[in-house]
Design a protein around this ligand. Structure first.
Ligand code: ADP
Length: 235
C-alpha cells in the first residue's frame, strides 16, 4: 500500500477536490469533495437524476469537469491526455455496471482475460489469472457469457474488474438487474473486496439495503455529497 509523505496515512485511491460540473441548462456539482482510502467502501445514494452516474463518468474521465481536481491512486486525471487516461482506467480502475457490460458471445474466461490483454499483460498469464479468478468467484465454465445466470454474469463482471488488481473499484447500480437474493449475494461479494484486495470501492445505488453494507454512505444533495449515515469499520 502506498503512503503519503508523512509515511503514516495511506494515499487515497480516489481524491476529488472542489469539483464543478454542469450543462448549459443545469449545474450538477458545485464544490463536490470526496476521498476514498484503500480498503474502504463508500456508497453514493440520491434520487434519480441527481448526478450519481455522472460522478462516476467524471472519475473515469469519460467527461471532463469544468473545475476541480480528481486524483486516482495519486494521479491527477483531470488534465491527462487521452492515451494516459486510457492507461489509468485499465491499470487502476475496475468497473462493474448494472448489466455487467460483458461481450455476450465470448466465454466468461475470454471476457475476463480480455481486460488483462488490453492492459498489455502476457497472453498465457492473462488466461490463467482469468480462470483462477472465475474459479474463486464460483463462475462455471461456459462457451458463451450469455449462457450464465444473472448472478454468474455479475460475478464474471467482478472478475473482469479485478483482473488488473485495480486500486479503485467503481460500481454503478451493480445489483439493479438482479433478483433480491442474488442482489444480496452480489453485494456481499462486492463489499468484501476492499478489505480482501486493499482497494477502494465507490458504489452507486438507489437501494438503501445495498448501501447499508458500505463503510460510509453519502448522498448527492445541493450539488455536493453529504453524509447519509455511517457504520463502524470492522477491523
Ligand atoms: P443519476 O445517476 O443520479 O440518476 P445521472 O448522472 O444519470 O443521474 O444524470 C444527472 C442529470 O443530468 C439528469 O437529470 C440528466 O437528465 C442530466 N443530463 C445528462 N446529460 C445531460 C446533458 N447533455 N444536458 C443536460 N442535462 C443532462
Amino acid at each position: 500500500m502506498s503512503t503519503s509523505d508523512a509515511g503514516q496515512l495511506p494515499t487515497p485511491v480516489l481524491e476529488i477536490q472542489d469539483l464543478h460540473y454542469g450543462f448549459p441548462t443545469r449545474s450538477l456539482f458545485e464544490g463536490l469533495c470526496l476521498s476514498v482510502d484503500p480498503g474502504e467502501s463508500v456508497a453514493i445514494t440520491g434520487p434519480s437524476g441527481s448526478g450519481k452516474s455522472t460522478l462516476l463518468s467524471l472519475v473515469l474521465r469519460l467527461i471532463k469537469p469544468s473545475a476541480g481536481r480528481i486524483r486516482v491512486a495519486g494521479t491527477d486525471v483531470t488534465e491527462l491526455r487521452r492515451a494516459q487516461v486510457a492507461r489509468i482506467r485499465s491499470e487502476s480502475i475496475g468497473t462493474v455496471f448494472q448489466f455487467g457490460e460483458l461481450i455476450p458471445e465470448l466465454s466468461p474466461r475470454d471476457n475476463v482475460a480480455l481486460a488483462a490483454l488490453l492492459s498489455r499483460s502476457d497472453r498465457r498469464d492473462s488466461f490463467q489469472r482469468a480462470q483462477r479468478l472465475l474459479d474463486e468467484l464460483g463462475v462455471p465454465e461456459a462457451a458463451t457469457t450469455q449462457e450464465l445466470s444473472g448472478g454468474e454474469h455479475q460475478r464474471t463482471a467482478v472478475a473482469r474488474a479485478l483482473i488488473n488488481s485495480p486500486a479503485l473499484l467503481l460500481a454503478d447500480e451493480p445489483t439493479g438487474a438482479l433478483d433480491p437474493d442474488t442482489a444480496e449475494r452480489t453485494a456481499e461479494l462486492l463489499f468484501s473486496l476492499p478489505r480482501r484486495n486493499k482497494c477502494g470501492l465507490l458504489l452507486v445505488t438507489h437501494d438503501s439495503r445495498i448501501a447499508a453494507r458500505a463503510d460510509r454512505i453519502l448522498r448527492v444533495e445541493s450539488r455536493a455529497l453529504v453524509p447519509a449515515g455511517e457504520r463502524e469499520t470492522v477491523a
